[in-house]
Design a protein around this ligand. Structure first.
Ligand code: SAM
Length: 284
């Protein structure tokens, strides 16, 4: 095992400090892409990142209230683990943390983490595979919520098809509630996804497109006998014809109220639950 050098510890109390400015710039996608980094707020997400084997480059922490000894102990513990793996520790104040997160009531810990993506070649059609493919998902809250549901129901991962919102934006990361660190994410342009779909179906996998004009009720489908991809359409436009052609079948979530459609994250949650229900054990 290679031993990493412990990270540096620095106290910074000014929002004008260049290191803080560089961290604040990560709220913009172009800076996140250039640096290959992103921001995660809170102690839980820092702990989830370490548990999932992600690398925390910088951990910015403030001092919790003297009365909250348990929180102080947990922050010390995460900071020590992060530093032992080479992450720098920045001792900051509430003003600096609020500037980074752009929130009045910032958390006492913010992490700067290295981005990590899986590849389309990692998406293998083994028997229990269940991937969620999202066509041009635009809303970061929807994407984060979907990643969280995929984690909760034990899906294999997410495929972002076409021009999607960034899974590493602060809003998307926040909505995942830490599931980002447990769910592989792949990106693919439409051509690559279509080629991949041909191969997937050729190897016996299903691609179930969800569509408001589908004739088949999603509850009547078998999801347990073959590798599965659930393909969900864009929030405004639904699935385009070129992606409908990639599907082996189309499914409808029956509705009997007045709404025209379900929110994308709600529809995905229902589909993933249905597709995994054969594998879910009794409630704890
Ligand atoms: N105006 C869009 C349309 O005509 O498809 C609505 C898109 S809907 C908000 C976003 C996606 O959620 C859909 O493309 C579909 O994948 C899924 N969805 C929402 N409600 C659904 C339902 N009742 N049955 C099947 N899929 C649904």
């Amino acid at each position: 095992m290679t031993m990493r050098e412990a990270g540096r510890v620095e106290e910074i109390t000014s929002t004008a400090n260049p290191r803080i400015k560089a961290i604040r710039a990560l709220s913009m996608k172009k800076h996140r892409e250039r640096e290959g980094l992103f921001i995660a707020e809170g102690l839980k997400l820092a702990a989830d990142a370490l548990e999932g084997g992600w690398t925390i480059r910088q951990l910015i922490r403030s001092k919790p209230a003297d009365t909250d000894m348990e929180l102080a102990r947990r922050i010390d513990d995460i900071a020590a683990r992060s530093r032992a793996q080479g992450g720098d520790i920045i001792l900051a104040n509430a003003k600096v943390l609020s500037a980074i997160t752009r929130r009045d009531n910032a958390q006492t810990v913010v992490s700067v983490i290295e981005q990590k993506m899986a590849k389309l070649s990692d998406v293998k059609p083994h028997k229990d595979a269940l991937w969620v493919a999202l066509d041009r998902v635009r809303d970061p809250g929807n994407l984060g919520t979907i990643i969280r549901a995929a984690d909760a129901f034990g899906a294999s991962g997410i495929i972002l098809v076409g021009d999607c919102t960034d899974p590493f934006s602060m809003e998307a990361v926040r909505a995942t509630m830490g599931s980002l660190f447990h769910v592989p994410i792949v990106t693919a342009d439409v051509d690559a996804f279509q080629q991949f779909s041909d191969d997937w179906r050729g190897k016996g996998g299903n691609i179930t497109g969800t569509h408001l004009e589908a004739a088949t009720d999603h509850r009547s489908l078998d999801y347990a006998s073959a590798p599965e991809i659930l393909l969900m359409g864009n929030e405004q436009q639904g699935l385009p014809a070129e992606l409908v052609q990639s599907c082996s079948r189309l499914a409808l979530i029956a509705m009997n109220g007045q709404a025209d459609s379900l929110n994308l994250a709600v529809a995905t949650g229902i589909m993933v639950f249905a597709a995994r229900s054969h594998a879910l054990g009794p409630t704890k």
